[in-house]
Design a protein around this ligand. Sequence first.
Ligand code: ZN
Length: 428
Amino acid sequence: MLLDGRDGRLPQGDGDGLVSVVLEINAGRIRALHPAPEPEPESNSLAAPPLALTPLVEPHAHLDKAFSAARFPNRDGTIEAALAANQAETSCRTAEDLEQRAERALMRAWRQGLRAIRSHVDCSGERGDLSLEVLDGLRRRWADRLELQLVGLVPIHHWGTEQGRLQARWLADRGGRLGGVIGAPFGIGRGDGQAVLQTLRLADQLGCGVDLHLDEGVSHRGRGVRLVCEALERQRLQVPVVCSHACSMALLPPRACQRLVDRMARLALGVVALPSTNLWLLDRRAEATPSRRAQAPIRQLQNSGVVVAVGGDNVQDAWFPGGDFDPLEVLRLAVVASHLHPWSRQGLGPFTTAASQLMQLEWDGILRPGSPADLVVLDAQSWTDLLARTPQRRILRGGIWLPKPEREEPAALLRGWGEAGLASGLVH
Ligand SMILES: [Zn+2]
């Protein structure tokens, strides 16, 4: 999958799509790939070479909120409580705190095998400019380790305001995108269609892409996606448009869903599916276990030619209390939650090649002569090993191994759960 299928010198993949190869590396790039020699029959060696992927791509994160759950928890787990905690956090955000959390996020991501991240950034309101500036500073400082793309995340009407227009130009000048929310956690409004059209026109004037949060719920099935389709049918634009979440359309009757999928394919919309946050927030009810587990209809979209990437979305914030910028964990979850098989092109592409395409990265993530000597080498020999447990890994970037993260000493101070709530205690 991550090798060039047109390279006739390489053998066909086995039943799991795997090929054993030997790499020649020169000056940080791949000089040549050869088929691995057959093991000697008398060697009795049963050990297969380690599984290796090219570094993965995170198409949808929120670096500005990451690791804020401890101070702004959402113990109800509802989308309304998430929004309230999010707003409380942004209202007292400081540059120092934001920089520290986002830097920690980038370090985790880089060490765990990501090479590019698209991060949405809350940028309406008083501290919006501060958040953009802090993250842009990090974007420049980290540019030789990973590519960071910024997307302004606002209620969709914001781009029509004076602050919105200034921020849009600022983002476009730095390779950023215009984002926005249609539908949950905000309500729906009659002016949404016009605001979408206005946003797309503004992006087109500025020559920057658009990446919207839409239909993150189980009601108003596919409404946000339809508004985007209508706007693009009214005025065809050149800028790439990505729909993030796109969950509720999956609850349409199958034929209506397929019609909408075909419409999206005709308009060349991209989709980012975000199973972890969707599984955590959607169809949440106090007295019942969820049954409507809506997520973007990934397979139908792929089968109709829509480019679909899968992202990790929130990490330890009010919207999702888990996550750690570990792309292998996102992949492992999607195998179960979205039935994406890593041994198939459609299963692995959303984390690698399709995600690179959606983010318009220079490298498509396929190893071939001339491509970067970048690898994530796993302590696993098969997909089953990868599914059994999160593997240890070594990261090769530009032909050089990254240092292993230092081991942290286990703490003697422990926490346990007591009837009265969380309790702390020292181990003697
Ligand atoms: Zn998001």
